[in-house]
Ligand binder design. Sequence first.
Ligand SMILES: C[S@@+](CC[C@H](N)C(=O)[O-])C[C@H]1O[C@@H](n2cnc3c(N)ncnc32)[C@H](O)[C@@H]1O
Length: 333
Amino acid sequence: MNSAPLLLLQQSLPPISPTENLIIKLKTPLPVHNSKTGARTPTSSSSSSLCYIRACAGKTTRRVGRGRRSNLDDYHATLTALNSKGRFPRKSLGQYYMLDSEINEQLTAAANVGEGDVVLEIGPGTGSLTNVLISAGAFVLAIEKDPHMATLVSERFAEAERFKVLKEDFVKCHIHSHISSLLGSIKQSGANSRYAKVVANIPFNISTDVVKQLLPMGDIFSDVVLLLQEETALRLVESFLQTSEYRPINILVNFYSDPEFIIKVDAAVVKFKLKQPAHYPPVSSTKSFFSMHICMPMEIENALGNVGRPSTSRPEELSLDDFVKLHNLIVKV
Ligand SMILES: C[S@@+](CC[C@H](N)C(=O)[O-])C[C@H]1O[C@@H](n2cnc3c(N)ncnc32)[C@H](O)[C@@H]1O
């Protein structure tokens, strides 16, 4: 570890109690903070990267990537928030906290969040992304599973009128009814938000659940912008036909949305532009489309021939359009 940047970091941080066992790991030097002028001078090359605190074997690790200019104010706010509760990030909850406000701003910009937008944030943690969303003028509904973090974030934004946090597990909560009633109440108050947006730095262990639950909700959400692990993002957005990575989840993603990579750093920001139900591919029933159907081989071979595909086609060789045609031929609902 490079001791010089560690010294700088210690000088510029709020005091950390030794009992908190905070480990600060630096991969590259932090920007130098001049305590007299307040100026920050980047000390290394400025290639893009993430900067966050994450759970690491029960301890707290600050990860600094390849030299992105970090926002020290946000860094202070995050550490102060954690210090105030004597909390360590928990690996089981996928807890790592974003320190780099620039990434939070890019997430917010990717969803074009503006005045009066309704935004769902999953896992606000210490509230660094929440802060950027509220500053952009959004009504933020946050769902936080960890009751300690939910209390922390509700205290942090106690003064904000446009913020509400629910202490719930996203996977189990009734997100559709929460958002529908919020959209309804905002409409009554005169604002004009027909669709909500999702902007979140989600715990990686629930990313598939989040995608499967949210993408079919094009009736209430217009955009879903997520910070995902790069491999998950690649699997969801860039799996191509004819490859072994092409899976049923790709059919679901493309059925319900137009996915797009926004930034690719240590992790990746992905935007799913949700299709409205009227624009879903023409299947008689989405429930039936995503269910398994048992057919005789002959029936499948005939259907493949009818949609212009070889009878020996493997699933990964069939496009969403092929599956839609096959479904409509085979299943009469
Ligand atoms: C990756 S951290 C992100 C924190 C914050 N958004 C940030 O960018 O710094 C994930 C957050 O999601 C919370 N979380 C984990 N599992 C959850 C679940 N099933 N439902 C809701 N929140 C969850 C964690 O407690 C944690 O605060």
